[in-house]
Design a binder for this molecule. Sequence first.
Ligand code: 5AD
Ligand code: FES
Length: 348
Amino acid sequence: MKEIIDELYEKNDLDEHRLLYLLNNIDEKSREYLTSKAHEKRLKHYGNKVYLRGIIEFTNYCKNNCLYCGIRGENKNAERYRLSLEDILDCCNSGYRLGYRTFVLQGGEDPYYTDDKLVELLKAIKTNFPDCAITLSIGEKSYDSYKKYYEAGADRYLLRHETASKKLYQRLHPNMELENRVQCLRNLKEIGYQVGAGFMVGIPGQTNEDFVEDLVFLKELQPHMVGLGPFIPHKDTIFKDEKSGTVETTVTLLAIVRMLLPDVLLPSTTALGTISPMGREKGLKAGGNVVMPNLSPTTVREKYMLYDNKICTGDEAAECRKCIENRIVSAGFSLDLSRGDNNLWSRK
Ligand code: 5AD
Ligand code: FES
């Protein structure tokens, strides 16, 4: 095991067979070694800094029906909401005053927000907060739409591939195609965005072979960011009685991604913090270097439930900031409130 981990550390690469061997045979002791090497790699490339991004969940309407997701279009129990342009600017404003310099606008695939509305919103944010980065996370759109958003000021785009296994992808996403999603990711890169891909860990039926496909896919795509968190069941989905992904497997995969892509911006996700009280800290110690506190108005937070028991739904943005800040510092890291771009990116 040590040899394989050392090879991964030295070469920032590992062939499929060894990746599978690593996942199939990892135990407590080798996981500790793996995470310590990932931590070392992160220190080399980003120091002990943790970047903060304020996330604004601006709509929970969605036209898709991803089987695992609490806000899938067909979930009649989800209470739907949309934030207005003014609401969103208010969130940015309180975030800005707390020190945030990246705003992540996330939502379901909601046709109400036409390209014109989105362009207006992006321009308004850029005019009011010219020193901030804007990240979009609003799903699959055409090349032209992505280009319009980029030209209106969006800098980054998060679009998890969810799983690179074609069979599993098909099973989870009615009326969607893995090829389209991958094409979207390639289009976003070509346009010039910093791009985030990523996958869920512990989806019912998912195997180590599937994770190898995810890892090989990420190595080939070379995204600037990777979002990776445990699957957590939601009460209104067919997976309601299934088990969540585990902290151990999530941490293992975070550590491997840190070494495959040393310059990647890698969040320790809210989902990881939800399945275990020290989950986010564990993610940060395994190569994670980003945390994304919620800036959504407290009145809507309860409604953006992708999975059950999501944390940080009640706190005020200011309290949330303080709480997270203390936790990050207690875990031995330092906060970085700058835009925190990927080392290898500049706007074209
Ligand atoms: N458990 C964990 N993560 C989920 N997501 C959606 N539903 C769930 C769930 N039940 C993730 C998806 C999506 C991101 C915004 O949230 O990976 O890309
Ligand atoms: Fe659309 Fe989940 S089904 S965001």
